[in-house]
Design a protein around this ligand. Structure first.
Ligand code: 2BA
Length: 109
């Protein structure tokens, strides 16, 4: 058995959960925050049998779209003030960031 940890954009979460559940997967949704953008994203935990892993990855790939976002990162200004001002940078946020872990034990009590 594998555990898929998929970090996705909030905009894709509802559709992805629907599609995974329609295909018979069980899903847990976590409200998470990206360290770089400090913006909300969604993390899904999906426990799957080994032979169902590929299909789940296909569904995630089909639903999750990459998008460009403007991040406001602090950049130092030169001069005597030593203050920081927001500096806009464009980043492309995936699709999905996916970790696949081997499950040592799966128990329901
Ligand atoms: P964030 O950390 O908010 O990152 C959002 C996007 O900002 C990233 O998209 C990437 O395009 C950019 N970015 C992140 N760190 C950067 C840096 N140090 N310099 C320049 N640009 C940077 P994704 O790579 O698609 O990541 C989307 C979200 O997935 C991340 O949100 C984070 O929540 C998660 N993530 C990505 N890689 C991860 C990892 N290795 N471990 C844990 N979480 C990860």
């Amino acid at each position: 058995m594998k555990l898929i940890i998929a970090i996705i954009q909030d905009e894709d979460a509802s559709r992805l959960i629907n599609e995974l559940m329609t295909e018979g997967y069980r899903v847990t949704k976590l409200a998470t925050t990206g360290g770089f953008l400090r913006a909300g994203n969604t993390t899904l935990l999906v426990g799957v049998e080994d032979d169902k892993l590929e299909k789940a990855m296909e569904v995630i790939e089909k639903v999750c779209k990459s998008r460009k976002q403007i991040a406001s990162t602090p950049a130092p200004i030169s001069g005597t003030t030593g203050m920081y001002v927001p500096f806009p940078v464009e980043v492309t946020v995936g699709g999905a960031t996916i970790f696949v872990l081997d499950v040592e034990q799966f128990t329901k009590i």
